[in-house]
Design a protein around this ligand. Structure first.
Ligand code: ADP
Length: 173
């Protein structure tokens, strides 16, 4: 088994194009679609994804639910609801960490080996990128240290600023 850091990769671009076992969606509590990465995933997966999401009864912040990937190259979509940034003292770090942890747990239960995450909460939910990247890297590393099944975790960077921030977060810890 590779060390946790050797299993984390930075991947530039659009998460919907990745042929991994599961991609993670930064969803909202309704699970009925939205903007940002959520909209992109629903567009690429097709209407069957929304139909399955309608059966799930929503999702609480910090929790995760899994569906099939339909027209995506990824077999599964793991929908997690990140916290809305409110200044950092409303439990945001714990909730964001829970998103990564619960998504990884669900992935393992479904036999996933390769998983990709967007920068959860870093779009319209307003989480500062450096803090979010630090939280993501810490939680993923901690999980991988105790789990041999997950082979690769792609941190998907939709732009160069995100990539630079993750490079820093990976170097810091
Ligand atoms: P949230 O509501 O959790 O903030 P957003 O979708 O608004 O979610 O943004 C989360 C992150 O996903 C942002 O960093 C945004 O740049 C990024 N993003 C948007 N579209 C895509 C995509 N197609 N692939 C990967 N990342 C994306």
């Amino acid at each position: 088994m590779d060390a946790p850091s050797d299993r984390i990769r930075l991947t530039i671009g659009d998460i919907t194009g990745l042929a991994v076992d599961a991609i993670v969606n930064a969803a909202n509590p309704s699970l009925l679609g939205g903007g940002g990465v959520d909209g992109a995933i629903h567009r690429a997966a097709g209407p069957e994804l929304l139909a399955e999401c309608r059966t799930l009864g929503g999702c609480e912040t910090g929790q995760a639910k899994i569906t099939r990937g339909y027209r995506l190259p990824a077999r599964y979509v793991i929908h997690t609801v990140g916290p809305i940034w409110q200044g950092g003292h409303q439990g945001e770090p714990e909730l964001l960490a829970a998103c990564y942890r619960n998504s990884l747990q669900l992935a393992v239960a479904q036999g996933v080996r390769r998983i990709a995450f967007p920068a959860i909460s870093c779009g319209v939910y307003g989480y500062p990128l450096p803090e979010a990247a630090h939280c993501a890297v810490q939680e993923i590393r901690h999980f991988l240290a105790g789990n041999a099944q997950i082979e690769t975790v792609d941190l998907v960077c939709f732009n160069e600023e995100t990539r630079q921030t993750y490079v820093q977060a990976l170097a810091d810890q």
